[in-house]
Design a protein around this ligand. Sequence first.
Ligand code: AHG
Ligand code: MN
Ligand code: MN
Length: 369
Amino acid sequence: MTDPLTEKKFDKKLITIERHIQEQQKLYPSATGKFTEMLQDMALSAKLIARETTRAGLANILGAVDASNPTGDRQQKLDVFADEVIFRMNDHTGRVCAMVSEEHEELIDIPPHYDTGNYVLIYDPLDGSSNIDVNVSIGTIFSIHRKFTRGERGTLEDVLQEGRRLLAAGYVIYGSSTMMVYTTGRGVFGFTLDPAIGEFILSHPNIRIPDTPKYYSVNQGNEKFWTAGVRRYVKWLQGIEGEGHEPLGHRYIGSMVSDFHRNLLKGGVFLYPGTMQDPKKPYGKIRLLYEAQALAFIAEQAGGYASDGIGDILNVRPHSLHQRTPIFVGNRDLVERAEKYIREYDKDWVQAFLPYRNAEMQHKPASSK
Ligand code: AHG
Ligand code: MN
Ligand code: MN
């Protein structure tokens, strides 16, 4: 007698992330394989970080160390660990010409005794780190550019490229299970870690954001500081302002990766708007390089859209490593609606934000909290 459970199990193809990345590589005839190996290294980094996040309490590595990251956040030990893992995984491979991390003020050079390659790695080692010690999902965000300057080592110019030019982007969620989601510009694929065998298995092929959105995600506690357009927009999401559609549900975790991931699978919008609370800092909180560009690329690949309230985040030319950007990301129609409200009601804010958005490239971080 056949066991229906077993039959069902073997009915489906088991695709590991390594196999998937290799098969994707075949779609790019000029690929050398180095890029493929880099993505595989990210998956391995994710497993190492997941091992630590899942036993964070046991290993007694909770709590803040006595250091701040360049943007002024309290840096926690797992941030440092995750940052180190990703750096060490990539410093000696000969594939990478430079790295930048949310946890480092400047460009991270490849040590002089190692070879360099054609790729720039950009990463937020742990996103949502304020959630570490309360056992709420956190994540890693990464993206990869191709080096275009001529020298052997990567330069700031190689890092500060438009998101539109990204070769790949992805994120990992350390949640009820560990997942890695990535794109190389041909769709978005999600993999779930089977801890028993230590492999990421394809669980979400070709993710598309659903047409009918379910959720909006914003730190509603900041409402006091919002501009008129953002206020009206959120009222519209709630079905109060405008034509009065069914309200969207409100969900906010405070880990962008997790909020983004839920909305990608269920439909909706995540926003972290700019405000006029301090007109000299009209740009909100999210970092353009480490967070916004990667998620914007993934959103677009899944049929969604990301805007800074003015236009497409993927078309913004970064001017500094720790540049911040307002973000509205999710279903295209929801995001375009935000742009419309901002155009109509937030002219002062647009005036204040545009010079920052269009500033020339600089070497020092432009902002701190
Ligand atoms: P990080 O932990 O890498 O500094 O990022 C935290 C970010 C983002 O993940 C999240 O959406 C946002 O901060 C939450 O900010 P608020 O606590 O202001 O809502
Ligand atoms: Mn982050
Ligand atoms: Mn972080």
